[in-house]
Design a binder for this molecule. Structure first.
Ligand code: IMP
Ligand code: MG
Length: 174
């Protein structure tokens, strides 16, 4: 049986919110240069759109992560599969995440990047599922709070599929 995707956030709704986040970041960083840290793979679509809404001198770097544990459950053990290409000391860092679920990945990344002495670290997450939080993480810029459903599209996957959907939705198995 084919799977159906029920839309939760349309491409238009996402685009409008991403523009707002970009404007807010631009305002608050007030001309300061910035490093966007795109957490691979899920955040590459969000990062590509967000960066074009930020009017600041910025560079982008990529951090590859894999959460051990299968399926839709994060184990909290985060493996770095690809490190940043340059140091971040004395720079303003903005971690760009697709979704904060248990919070374990972002908490781990904050700890890791702090050891490199950045000037500041902020977090921008497109989605947050507070129902599943296991650690408290401060999200400086948040797109949408969602209920506890497994979502795909706009970069987010289920077993590597659906990243190319222009909207965010829920997989429904028929
Ligand atoms: P954490 O539980 O906050 O550590 O989330 C770890 C990662 O799991 C996120 O960065 C996503 O890549 C992935 N993830 C969590 N929830 C979902 C979801 O609903 N759809 C797709 N990926 C998810
Ligand atoms: Mg992710």
């Amino acid at each position: 049986m084919p799977e159906q995707i029920q839309s939760m956030l349309s491409a238009e709704v996402i685009a409008a919110r991403v523009r707002e986040l970009g404007a807010q970041i631009t305002r608050e960083l007030a001309g300061e240069p910035l490093v966007l840290v795109c957490v691979l793979k899920g955040s590459f679509v969000f990062t590509a759109d967000l960066m074009r809404s930020i009017d600041l001198p910025l560079r982008v770097d990529f951090l590859g992560t894999r959460s051990y544990g299968e399926d839709t459950e994060s184990s909290g053990v985060v493996q770095i599969t690809q490190d940043l290409s340059r140091p971040i000391d004395h720079e303003h860092v903005l971690i760009v995440e697709d979704i904060v679920d248990t919070g374990l990945t972002i908490a781990h990344l904050m700890d890791l990047l702090r050891t490199r002495q950045p000037r500041s670290i902020r977090v921008c997450a497109l989605l947050h599922k507070p129902a599943r939080a296991r650690v408290n993480v401060k999200i400086d810029y948040l797109g949408f709070t969602i209920e506890d459903r497994f979502v795909v599209g706009y970069g987010l996957d289920f077993a590597e599929r659906y990243r190319n959907l222009p909207f965010i939705g829920v997989v429904e198995r028929s």
